[in-house]
Design a protein around this ligand. Sequence first.
Ligand code: ADP
Ligand code: MG
Length: 729
Amino acid sequence: MVNTKIIRQRESLPVFPYRQEIVDAIKNEPLLVVIGETGSGKTTQIPQYILESFPEYRLIGVTQPRRIAAITVANRVSEEHGSRLGDDIGYCIRFDDCTSSRTRLKYMTDGVLLREATIDPRLGHYDAIIVDEAHERTLETDVLFGLLKETHRLRPELKILVMSATLNVEKFSDFFNSCPIFVIPGRTYDVAINHHRDAKISSLKSTYVQRSVETALYIHTQEPPGDILVFLTGQNEIEKACRDLEDLDRDLNYKTDVKYYEDVKGLVIYPIYATLETMEQKAIFDDPPRYTRKVVFATNVAQTSVTIPGIKYVIDSGFVKQKTYDPTTGMDALLVVPISQAAATQRAGRAGRTASGQAFRLYSRESYEQMEADTVPEIQRSSLLGTVLSLKKMGINDIINFEFIDPPDPAMVKNALKQLFLLEAIDDTGKLTTLGNEMSIFPLSPFLSRVLIASARQYECSREVVIIVAMLSVEEIFITPRNVEKQMDADEKRKEFYHPSGDHMMLLNIFEKFRDSGYGRDWCRDKYFNYRALSMAKSIRDQLRELMEKHDLPLVSCRLKNYQVKDDGRQRKKRRNSYQDVKYNVETMLESFSSSYYINLAKRHPHRPVFYHYASATGPGSESIDSNSSLLALHISPTSALHPDNKVVRVDDLDWVTYHSVLYTNKALMKVVSKVKLEWVQERLGLFKKLAVANLDGSYGKSKSENNMHGNTDEDNDNKVDSVMIDAQ
Ligand code: ADP
Ligand code: MG
């Protein structure tokens, strides 16, 4: 079906006049960098040009740094192409594959392609690979660059395209053998930049959400028609901003309060963040009703990945949520940090897409001048645990000398190696172990892969543990109602799922009751659970089970044999384990988790409800943490069943806990906490001592030619059909 509106829109994009030139360049060049302003049509058009001009190409892969971008763009492009999503054009993100055997254009996260490359370094299914949004420099994109260079050596006929907004592009060309750069001339309009008179960015952290809302209201009431895009950092604050602005709008008397009342008679407000349902997103791209102004509160996804039409005003909070390595825990934490100047420029540019516009920065010019010029690439600020494991799996042992566009800090590589050693994924010479090889089967963090394998091979509880692992792999499952009464109701209802051992069992409880409800949407609504997250957990459980089956990992239940349901429905069994759980052998499940999370073991302060991280690279901590005040105090998150206020257990009964992650608010909060016994982990703690003598980077000295990408391909061929992939959360 030919849709003339869509044709006109496609032909009006800045990239359109260069269609033939681009196709010719691709014909002639195996490696090509394409740059163009955000919104010029790179992501949606160039893959289609290739699809239409090279009918002999079997499969074209396009990577996106964000899941939401992969989905939205694939949706849009299949609509432009006049086909159903999943037919000619599809997408694939971790745990969600929407492609078919007919698919020739596949949008995917960079993590998905990275995982495919782990399995087949030649990327034999593809005739063209496009690494899009290269300027974002995600960890996965950076690793892909190194791998693709090798793939190019192996398969010079594979077309490799790198697409980027106009930032630092020479670097990409230099890296890819000084390949040509195709520049799409931009069409941008002037953007007037308004800085706040004196607000220092450091002082805005607690107020930028409120100030964004006030600024949006100011623009709405005082400025001519035109839509507003507001950059915030995450789901919670975006939803709060939407509600606050709605409230303010409700109180407006348009006739008296709104200066351009003739043309501005209403407001529509949309959120956009990484986990929003696609249906909701579609409306964001539509024109608002006549005489209505549209306001979009967005995360960084709207900075360069997704272009929202009609934006005339940009409000820049100055902040972004960024993955940052936390040396205390050895894990990544998401922290809200000031943006770079390059990001501020990109954000402002969103206001000048179709006409001249204005940007309102909530921070002063002085603060702008003090910002970092560029965002530090993710590879230099995040945990490399999964990356190093993937590279090892590909037979690349010499990580330090791997061809990175910007190499990671060697200390971070060493840290990743240490953690992999503690997880027994590599041995004391840095070589991948059988266990490590098995761990890379799963598109999960190595921590969770290890747990899953332990539950199947050692502790005989994999049928339950796979559920908990799936629950730990989804976005927030609890809905936080705004209304105080509802909040109390939600808190009350949550009690039903508490378990005295802690949060891992609570997650299992929730999932089982969800299952008992027939995976009901209404049940979720009643209990204040996020239906989409729980449904996703079900799907992930199914996919993980399939992988386990395929790799001969037994699915065993730890349901207790003498557990029975009495006629009156009450449950009963002999007390068999210390948690007096009537149904399961809880200890075995928690022992499975301890096989990885002993690394996150915390010991309680003798007199206070505060915990301290127990073991570090120097070995298990001192028994008398009392005297060691330099240790970071860890608190149990209020959302945990074990938080003292929830009165599920007495704090005195908690001596040792493990935690899944740490969230930094004004305190360091342990999330997903369970009570453990020291005896479960004592033996493993010995690995910390062995770390001191291990020669994990023993392979550093090797020459480059010893890196062999085919290291494991023979046995990997079996894995090719795997459809679930790693990607950034
Ligand atoms: P680039 O990759 O160069 O930033 P895109 O190809 O993403 O550009 O976008 C080109 C144009 O297509 C933009 O102007 C945008 O408004 C439009 N567009 C992209 N996605 C959608 C969508 N889902 N619905 C409507 N328009 C869209
Ligand atoms: Mg793009």
